[in-house]
Write a protein that binds this ligand. Structure first.
Ligand code: ZN
Length: 259
């Protein structure tokens, strides 16, 4: 009887160890700011809840920070990917750390303002990273839009319908279109049926990719990220989850989902 109990104990220890060795599968670090416009903060708070809910069962670690100086090699070394919830590197040091992280195979999932750049940005590497486009114009007020899923053979979009209505968002258009960049794969774009899109500020026409990857890096940009309605659509939520999963799955250190 005693021996039986001992064996059970060791089996239990072995089981617990083998389970804890697998979980969490990976770590993500999300950057956000509370010093930006309120609709962008609303999104960041909802995104944090959305992604934290996905960690149930210790599947992965989702850390968050408001300190952009956490963008440094020491802090980033254990994270499979970082997320930018409406913020981006500001100082030279942060920019350098970000570039190094991405050029060494780091993952990036950027939303909305995370890709913002204009003539004052003075960071050519970042513009190229995002597909070569500079902010051109937006719609106002924020509105839902019909979006076209362009690829059905990509892991991020293969489960999605050809078109869906994406919830209320402020949409950005870039010039030139990121589609023209040789490394960019456009996954989702605004349907031409929306045009003219907006009342005060209008996107009248032209190509408008809203979800894409620069395949020279392990990254996805999503234009969604303005206001508190982004996570209200199951189709869009599925797209967001598939995006996160794909970025992590192609980590050169190995696919954690296949262990
Ligand atoms: Zn916005």
């Amino acid at each position: 009887m005693k021996l039986k109990r001992l064996i059970t104990f060791f089996l239990l220890v072995f089981f617990v160890n083998s389970v804890s060795a697998k979980f969490p599968r990976f770590k993500m670090l999300a950057f956000y700011s509370e010093e930006v416009e309120s609709a962008h903060i609303d999104f960041a708070h909802q995104a944090i809840k959305f992604f934290k809910d996905l960690t149930i069962g210790d599947g992965f670690v989702f850390d968050v920070t408001k300190n952009m100086d956490d963008l440094n090699p020491e802090k980033l070394k254990d994270y499979s990917a970082i997320m930018m919830l409406n913020d981006f590197p500001h100082t030279e040091k942060q920019r350098q750390a970000f570039r190094e992280y991405m050029e060494n195979g780091g993952g990036w999932f950027g939303f909305h303002v995370a890709a913002y750049n204009d003539r004052t940005t003075n960071w050519p590497w970042f513009v190229d990273f995002l597909g070569g486009g500079v902010f051109w114009r937006n719609n106002w007020p924020p509105m839902p839009a019909k979006v076209v899923v362009e690829k059905h053979d990509h892991p991020v979009t293969k489960a999605l319908p050809d078109v869906f209505i994406s919830p209320i968002n402020e949409w950005y258009q870039w010039k030139p279109s990121p589609r023209l960049h040789s490394g960019v794969e456009v996954l989702v774009s605004l349907s031409q049926d929306n045009y003219p899109l907006g009342l005060k500020d209008i996107i009248p026409d032209s190509d408008c990719p809203i979800v894409w990857s620069n395949t020279n890096y392990r990254m996805i940009y999503m234009n969604m990220g303005h206001g508190d309605k982004i996570f209200t659509d199951p189709t869009q939520n599925a797209l967001i989850i598939a995006g996160l999963r794909w970025i992590v799955s192609i980590d050169k250190k190995g696919n954690v989902f296949e262990d």
